[in-house]
Write a protein that binds this ligand. Sequence first.
Ligand SMILES: [Zn+2]
Length: 387
Amino acid sequence: MKKSYLALTIIGLVLVLFFVVAPPMLDDDQNPVDAHQPYIISPEAAELHSSLIVGDWHADSLLWMRDLTQQYDYGHLDFPRMQQGNMALQMFTTVTKSPSGQNYDTNETDARDNITSLALMQRWPIATWTSLAERALFQADKLHQLAARSPDDLMLITSTTELETFLQRRESNPKLIGGLLGTEGSHALDGDLANIQRLFDRGFRMMSLQHFFDNKLGGSLHGTSGAGLTEFGREAVARMRELEIMIDVSHSSEAVVADTLMISDRPLLVSHTGFQGHCQSPRNISDELMLQIAEAGGLIAVGYWDGAICGNSPAIVAEAIAYGIDLVGEDHVALGSDFDGTVTTSFDGSEMAVVTQHLLNIGLREEQIRKVMGGNMLRFLQANLPD
Ligand SMILES: [Zn+2]
């Protein structure tokens, strides 16, 4: 009798460790903010920041077990912190597969997947254990549920009409966050073009083509082949365009970016990146390709972490943005934090005013700051979301 009690207690403890203790520990460990003194924001920067529409093209917050209506002291984003940081528009991206030993140089497509154990640990539905599409849909459902539970905090945006409604509502409720849904890598299609429609129907309006490894659509910037778009990839891009899904080429091989530029009739996004000429990193594609993306009307969203911008201080974020403005022009640069994307930042969502402060510090004009902080994102969404 005693022995079985002991065994049960041990099993119980192991289960509690795995399902209750481990997920927040892992989240905290993977999404740190460097310790720092509170940032000093000048009255001028604070006033300018509070008048901005701040928009961000990339955050993986739905991957974790946090209830985003609550404020946490770990991770990068939740609604209270976004509201403190005056964040208005947020593209929530959904990670569905990430190779163990993930790096910016080479990753095998069939490497052991880290998201499977994360799904088990966080008690995701059984369907997500084997289907990457289900993982994207499950994360999308989280955002739908948040919008239903907290309609004064979050509104899901899937069309230009909803975007206009959002802007009107935000005038009387400046706490309101406009959330959009995007995938990170089109392996989320499970190799089936029909899943593009399925994801679209659940609200996805941006799809990226690759993540850390080559997939059925083509080569990753961090894969093994460096290949361009496959035939399946071309068909997928065409289908996405028919549905007016915005295409994100971050993490794609340079050959995929060039191929996609050639066949897409709409501008492309790079949702989270740095610039090669500013930070020579295998995470960044060439400045030449960035110029082509911008010339075709695209938007390049600058991240806040070391691998993209060779540092993570607010000063370096501002420096990377200024480099981008010099290279591609002030109408083609935006923010792409990669918050909660297993990166180390020096500020979280509540501290976004520090970016405005540093853009002022380096002499950017108010109009330029307004554009990169979110004006360009808003304009891009108005031009590229379906009606
Ligand atoms: Zn990423």
